[in-house]
Each structure stands twice: as structure tokens, then as C-alpha cells.
Design a protein around this ligand. Structure first.
Ligand code: GLA
Length: 485
């Protein structure tokens, strides 16, 4: 990598000390990162002569974290020659992050964004992994409405059961595009995170009822176990089976999503939100899985079935949000332990390879220490941790105006910078391997935070937020360079 940047050598001891003493920013006191003027967009990077500043204290010389800090000049001052030179200053995200922490860098795409040339160019240049926003959720693979009208039969063990038809077409067409890219670019392959097999939300209510019709009574646990096994088997065999054309394309699956409640860290129940009717076509907060099982049994079984049908090369994850909140975190840890306790051979026990910290954060949350200590706690139970849906909600005083946006960009850059340092810090601990960072989208334009969303989160103030690394014109934002360094 051709670099003539200011190099700041910060020892991990220094970073750790800052973390513990300030209880906040890993590198907050290494001010130069944060004090760089960003009056211009990042295309205008120009490079100063090399300076090496050392902040090392004492005699210890542990591994160094090198932070390169670009100097910014006005856009109009930059010549074409300089621009070309600047392009060489940074590695694509996937290479930069891989070099620094040996992790995949992903983004979420959906069936519309993947067809957008600007998005596709960014995906293939900067990312080593993708997650499909909706297309592999039960909502997309099963049929919508109050009942299922496409019922066939399938065998699970010796039993023949009625099953709904699974619609693989849309997700397949997205997989085909990635597959084609991989065939043509064997050195720049992109892998897929399967998202998600079991979730209380975006799953049709009829799936839990007799005859796949929500006007009928709920099925019993035994029947639901057969349906659960059949669903996991069918989806995993389709995408990860030995004979699948997609074999080798998926690196992981989120087996269960968001099964822990925000209220006290217990398991999510069917009374999380009193305004959600049990008779709705699908639920946002309440869990019909809970209605049928009243325990963690469906979660344990989901990991058992995933272990039975996923090849060993495909990692299995539990995934959740508000994962740094201390009460909810405790609930998640208890659940991870319960899944772990049942570990065994495929067909006999569970397998869990990692914890997905969704990472729907904000410009001020979480503090660095909260992130790294949380990652460490999860790592102690399951080893691997991935940040699976990273984005940053805007600050409360952000009003969407151009002026406020400039300030917000700076805040977002600072928070991503703090976060990335605590990711590096966590990754340097023995107990935890941060194996992936996935951003929940490519450009701000396509983020779920740009519009009010019926599935939670969204934009409550009527203005568009700017949570990601690329702006609405698909240009790199200043925060991009936090990770491209
Ligand atoms: C959760 C889910 C994601 C997505 C986001 C909102 O985090 O895991 O699949 O629906 O909400 O976009």
C-alpha cells in the first residue's frame, strides 16, 4: 500500500488505559483523528509529508495500532493528478479491514439495490460479504396473507406432513448475480450471510396454525417441531446442501433473531406489545413462537436442526439488537449458554459458532467500553462475534438541513472511529474474535432510517438520516475513511 500519511502510533496499552480510565472512547484522547478538518468531502484528500508522532508511555511495547490520518484540502484546489494519487492512498474496505483485523466486511442489499449500478459497483469494489435485507426472511420465502393456499407434502424422518410452498425465486436471482460475479472474479469473491431462519417478526401468522390458516387453532409443539425442522432443512439444503448450485456461497446463517425481550432480558413473549393483535397477519413485537412453546425449546431445536442440515463450513449465529444494554445482554448470555450446553454431533445436539451484535447504534451510543466489554462477554461464551447490521442513528439536534448535516457527518465519523478502535481492541483480546462487520446498507439513500418503518426503528422526525458510509449520491463520506485506512 502506497502511503504518505501522518502516522500515529498508539500502543494497545495506551488505548486500553484510555478505555478504562475514561470509560468511553478508545482513542478519544488521540485527538488528531477527530480534529482533522473535514470542510470538504473525502474526494479532496491530499497528502501531507510523513510525520510520525508517538504517544507511547512507559517502557512497554505491545502491538502497535497504526492510525493514518489524511489531511484535507479544498476540493477545488485538488488537481486531477492529485486525485489519481489519492485513489491509491486507500485500500478498498474489504482489504483494509481484512489487513487490520482479519474480518469480513459486508453490507445489506435488497432485490432493488442489488440491481442499481452504483450500488453494485460499490459492493464489488469494497465488500467481501452481503446480507439480503428481506429476501431470505420467512416473510419472503413463504406466502403472505391470512392463510396459505399452496400446500404440498414433505417427509421429515418417517413422517409425512403438509407443508407450504417455499418461493426461492427472488433470493435465488440475487444469489445468481453474486455467483456470476464470483465465477468471473475468483480473487474478489463475495460471500453471503443467510438472514434469517427463525424470527417472531416478518413471519406469517398462518405458519403457526392448523391447516396453515390463521383462523384455525394453533398447532401443538410436536407439529410445530416438524414444521420447524422441515423449514430449516429445506432452506439450508437449497442454499448450502452438497448438491446445491450455491454450495460454498454462504458463510453463515442467523439461525434465530431477536428472541430476547427488551423488557428485563427475559425471553420474548407474546405480550410484549399490547396493541398488537394476536389475530394480525404477522407480528412486529409479539412472538407466536412463544405462544406455542412458552420456553426456549424452539430456539434450542432451531440450533439442533441447523446443526443437522448445515455443513460445518457454514457458521451458525444467534443475532439480536440492544445487545449492549446490560440487562438484555445478561438475558442473551443466558440464552447463548443454554444453546451451548446442548452442543453435540449433527443430528444429536446444537451448534452455535457466534453471536451477531446487530449494531443499530447512534452517534453517541454505545460508548467504546460498553462495546468492547460486551463483545468480550459474548466472546467468552461463543468465541466469535460479528457486527451484523451496523448503522448510526442521528443525534437529537440533527434537523436534516445542509448545515446540520455537515456537523452530523463529523459526529458520525467520530463515532465510527471510536467504534472501530473498540472493535480492534476487542479483537485483540484472547476470548473474542471479531470476524465480521456488516453495514445495514450501502448508501444513506437506501437505509431503513430514511423513512418511517412499520417494522421498528425508522425515522420518527420526518427527515432523512445519514447513517452509512456512502451518501445519497453514492459518494464516499468522511466516515468511509475510518475503515478504509
Ligand atoms: C432487524 C432485522 C433486520 C431488519 C432490521 C430493520 O434488525 O434483523 O433484518 O429488518 O431490523 O431494517
Amino acid at each position: 500500500m502506497k502511503k504518505r500519511n501522518i502516522l500515529l502510533r498508539v500502543t494497545t496499552v495506551f488505548v486500553a488505559a484510555t478505555l478504562f480510565l475514561n470509560g468511553c472512547t478508545a482513542g478519544g484522547s488521540t485527538a488528531p483523528v477527530n480534529s482533522v478538518s473535514t470542510e470538504n468531502p473525502p474526494v479532496s484528500v491530499s497528502v501531507s509529508e510523513e510525520v510520525v508522532a508517538s504517544t507511547e508511555t512507559g517502557t512497554s511495547t505491545p502491538n502497535e495500532i497504526i492510525i493514518s490520518v489524511p489531511q484535507w484540502t479544498k476540493k477545488e484546489d485538488v488537481t486531477d493528478e492529485q486525485k489519481e494519487e489519492q485513489a491509491d492512498e486507500y485500500l478498498p474496505l474489504r482489504d483494509a479491514v481484512d489487513a487490520k483485523i482479519g474480518a469480513l466486511v459486508g453490507c445489506c442489499v435488497n432485490n432493488t439495490t442489488i440491481k442499481n449500478k452504483n450500488v453494485w459497483n460499490i459492493v464489488t469494489e469494497d465488500f467481501s460479504a452481503v446480507t439480503f435485507e428481506n429476501e431470505l426472511k420467512p416473510q419472503s420465502l413463504l406466502q403472505w396473507g391470512s392463510k396459505c393456499t399452496e400446500i404440498t407434502t414433505a417427509k421429515i424422518g418417517k413422517k409425512t406432513i403438509d407443508v407450504p410452498t417455499i418461493h426461492f425465486f427472488t433470493a435465488d436471482s440475487m444469489c445468481n448475480k453474486i455467483l456470476k460475479w464470483n465465477e468471473e472474479n475468483p480473487d474478489r469473491k463475495i460471500v453471503i450471510r443467510g438472514h434469517v431462519l427463525v424470527w417472531h417478526s416478518q413471519t406469517p401468522e398462518w405458519f403457526f396454525h392448523e391447516g396453515y390458516d390463521k383462523s384455525n387453532p394453533y398447532v401443538d409443539k410436536k407439529t410445530m417441531n416438524l414444521r420447524l425442522e422441515w423449514y430449516i432443512k429445506t432452506v439450508l439444503e437449497h442454499y448450502c446442501g452438497e448438491d446445491s448450485k450455491y454450495a460454498g456461497l454462504f458463510y453463515a446463517w442467523d439461525v434465530v433473531n431477536e428472541a430476547v425481550s427488551d423488557n428485563g432480558g427475559k425471553l420474548r413473549s407474546d405480550s410484549e406489545n399490547s396493541s398488537e393483535k394476536a389475530s394480525a397477519d404477522y407480528h412486529n413485537n409479539n412472538s407466536t413462537w412463544w405462544t406455542i412453546y412458552q420456553s426456549n425449546e424452539y430456539i434450542i431445536n432451531a440450533f439442533k436442526y441447523a446443526n443437522k442440515y448445515a455443513p460445518e463450513s457454514v457458521e451458525l449465529y444467534y443475532n439480536d439488537y440492544n445487545e449492549c444494554d446490560s440487562t438484555k445482554r445478561q438475558g442473551i448470555i443466558e440464552l447463548l449458554k443454554a444453546i451451548k450446553e446442548e452442543e453435540g454431533e449433527p443430528g444429536k445436539g446444537t451448534r452455535i459458532d457466534g453471536m451477531g451484535m446487530q449494531g443499530h447504534y447512534s452517534v453517541s451510543y454505545p460508548e467504546s467500553f460498553a462495546f468492547s466489554s460486551t463483545a468480550q462477554m459474548y466472546g467468552k461464551v461463543v468465541g466469535k462475534v460479528m457486527i451484523t447490521e451496523l448503522d448510526l442513528k442521528a443525534s437529537s439536534d440533527y434537523d436534516g438541513s445542509a448545515e446540520s448535516k455537515e456537523k452530523e457527518y463529523e459526529k458520525i465519523k467520530k463515532q465510527y472511529s471510536r467504534l472501530y478502535k473498540s472493535i480492534q481492541y476487542a479483537d485483540s483480546m484472547d476470548e473474542v474474535d471479531i470476524a465480521g462487520i456488516t453495514f445495514w446498507g450501502v448508501s444513506d439513500k437506501d437505509s431503513w432510517l430514511q423513512s418511517t418503518s412499520s417494522i421498528g426503528g425508522g425515522n420518527s422526525k420526518g427527515y432523512k438520516q445519514c447513517p452509512l458510509l456512502f451518501d445519497e449520491k453514492y459518494e464516499k463520506k468522511p466516515c468511509y475513511y475510518v475503515f478504509a485506512e
